[in-house]
Design a protein around this ligand. Structure first.
Ligand code: ADP
Ligand code: MG
Length: 606
């Protein structure tokens, strides 16, 4: 066939293939246009999952007749300053959305500028109608009908109506989060309509986050605030215990633009790595602002990805910002609402009060101070006496020996964030009294975390204490596990576990001192499984930490073991100076707390 130029309509349809993938992409382009037009109120309505109709109405600056005619032409935009692709302050800039939509759907736009006349134009499958007068409020109304009627192949790729509606909802949700000062209304025939009223000013961010991500997220998150080298990071970090099964609850806005991207997702996961079990994901709402020249927004037709000039800087800021926020949350009540509702349910007297109403307060309570540095940098204070405290090799009963003499005056202990141990119940829970209430600690979960942090710190500071076995242990394993362990022998020896091949079995010469009491064959099996899971998936550092976490489980005091008061108090004091002690290695809380206030309310004393 001879070479020939494509028709304008075909060109637009090809462009539409990139920009307009599904109803949600139309919604995204139109709402972005409304935001760029300075709208204060935006209304979005979908029928048939957006396939039958999509309407977007705004009260923005509107367009004149001339603008309108140009707007539906390809590569026409009002948003670029000359050829400057660097300083882009609008969401759009490519000038292709409207013509692309017009080429694959029936598009009708009516618009009026302030003090101007209402005008309208229609495009159907690329054919442009006459510009005409039309009654219109100030602003713009865009109506799309029969999306993809011109490109039936695309229609086939659409999912069920409900799924398409949910994707469109997600788009609006992300944009609503980025623009708290704008009011949004969203309705789809299959889903509950939403309205996010305009906030008064930008300090309404918290309100909007709460409205968009839900009260639950707000109750289970801590504020993030971080600044470095011209980069500002704000927002909210979900507590590790509030983890999710996918990344849908991760919202990142960069310079007012909701974005996604592997590196951002990786940085978020990295910040939570030690706190969240594999296959689970944290919930976050992060707002990053940085100078325009640090950012290239022109890398993706739908503009959902951006490229950073210095990606490492951005990722490092995310990790540091989140870690900082989370470390402040360590001595906060984790997962309190469920704890509280269980409490309320099981209490003999019915609790009539709306538990959720006051669980907010319950959550807001946090201890000040007592929080160690970042996990990789365990403060030396915990190394001083701690080793003796938790050295399982000391003594017959695997007991904790307090490093310092117990407080002479019990009242002193009440002042500690985790209070003074008063009782051990069911050989599993330590109940403590603080000057503000009571705390219940899960001894196994807590100790597991301490052992893990201790082993990690030991490795980082190259002071791994190993304990040679008097008689090397010979462990029979299946051949695959055996290979895995032998293959990782070098790495394992760096954390104190020395293994070597012994015929068909594995010989263990030494183990980390903290694990001397562990069941060695169970330990080896678990470590082998851990190695299998992480093989080649992530870096060695991650693998080592996962192995340590697994080992910690074997080295920690089990539920069901009776503890002496000084052992309990030693555990509490150690928790107070250990980073991440608020959650076990699987992201579950290690303790819950009830203030006197909470108790009084539960008993309806006020
Ligand atoms: P881009 O947004 O990349 O400029 P579009 O095809 O989405 O390209 O829109 C083309 C132009 O139409 C915009 O630059 C803008 O001037 C105008 N326009 C589109 N939607 C609106 C709206 N809701 N209000 C005012 N002007 C609009
Ligand atoms: Mg646009």
């Amino acid at each position: 066939m001879p070479v020939r130029r494509l028709s304008e309509t075909t060109i637009n349809q090809i462009a539409a293939g990139e920009v307009i993938e599904r109803p949600a992409s139309v919604v995204k382009e139109l709402v972005e246009n409304s935001l760029d037009a300075g709208a204060r109120e935006i209304l979005v309505a979908l029928t048939g999952g957006g396939r039958d109709a999509i309407d977007v109405v705004d009260d923005g600056c509107g367009m004149s007749g001339e603008d309108l005619v140009l707007a539906i032409e390809r590569h026409a935009t009002s948003k670029l300053n000359g050829d400057d692709l660097v300083h882009i302050n609008s969401l759009g800039f490519r000038g292709e959305a409207l013509p692309a939509i017009g080429s694959v759907a029936r598009l009708s736009i009516t618009s009026r500028m302030r003090g101007g006349e209402g005008v309208g134009i229609c495009v159907e499958g690329g054919i442009v109608g006459e510009l005409h007068r039309a009654a219109s409020n100030q602003g713009t109304r865009v109506e799309i009908r029969d999306l993809f009627w011109k490109t039936p192949a695309r229609l086939k790729f659409l999912k069920r109506e409900r799924v398409e509606s949910m994707a469109a909802f997600d788009v609006v949700r992300r944009l609503a989060l980025a623009y708290p000062e704008v009011g949004f209304s969203m309705s789809c025939d299959q889903l509950k309509p939403q309205r996010w009223p305009a906030g008064d000013n930008e300090s309404e961010l918290g309100e909007r986050v709460c409205a968009v991500l839900g009260r639950e997220f707000a109750d289970h998150s801590v504020p993030v605030s971080y600044e470095r080298d011209g980069l500002k990071l704000n927002g909210f970090a979900g507590l590790a215990t509030y983890n999710r099964s996918n990344r849908l609850m991760q919202y990142v806005v960069v310079n007012g633009r909701p974005v996604r991207g592997r590196s951002l997702a990786g940085a978020i996961s990295g910040a939570y790595r030690d706190f969240i079990p594999r296959g689970r994901f944290p919930a976050v709402a992060l707002f990053i602002s940085l100078p325009a020249h640090e950012l290239d927004v022109n890398v993706h037709p739908a503009k959902t990805e951006v490229r950073f000039r210095d990606e490492r800087l951005v990722c490092a800021a995310i990790v540091s910002g989140l870690r900082k926020a989370l470390s402040g949350a360590e001595f906060r009540v984790v997962d309190g609402s469920s704890a509280l509702s269980h409490f309320a349910l099981s209490s003999a007297l019915p609790v009539h009060r709306d538990v959720s109403e006051f669980s907010n307060k319950f959550h807001g309570q946090s201890f000040e101070g007592g929080v160690g540095g970042p996990a990789s940098n365990l403060p030396s204070s915990s190394d001083e006496g701690g080793q003796a405290m938790f050295d399982s090799s000391v003594g017959e009963t695997n007991r904790w020996l307090p490093a310092a003499p117990p407080p002479s005056h019990m009242n002193d202990a009440l002042q500690h964030p985790l209070g003074a141990a008063r009782a051990q119940l069911h050989d599993t829970y330590i109940v403590t009294e603080t000057d503000r209430g009571i705390i219940v600690v899960d001894q196994h979960a807590a100790h597991e975390r301490l052992v893990y942090e201790r082993m990690k710190a030991g490795r980082i500071n190259s002071i791994v204490e190993t304990q040679g076995l008097l008689v090397p242990a010979i462990v029979d394993l299946d051949p695959i596990s055996r290979e895995r362990l032998i293959g990782a022998a070098k790495m394992l020896s760096s954390v104190g576990l020395e293994v070597e091949a012994f015929g068909e079995a594995v010989m263990v010469r030494s183990v980390p001192a903290l694990l001397i009491k562990a069941d060695i064959s169970a330990l080896l099996r678990d470590v082998a499984d851990e190695l299998a899971y992480h093989k080649g998936v992530e870096g060695i550092e991650v693998q080592i930490n996962q192995v340590l976490a697994k080992m910690a489980c074997h080295g920690s005091v089990r539920a069901g073991r009776a503890l002496k008061p000084e052992e309990m108090n030693a555990l509490l004091r150690e928790m107070e100076i250990t980073p991440g002690a608020g959650q076990c290695n699987h992201g579950r809380p290690t303790y819950i707390s009830l203030s006197l206030d909470d108790l009084e309310k539960l008993f309806e004393r006020r």
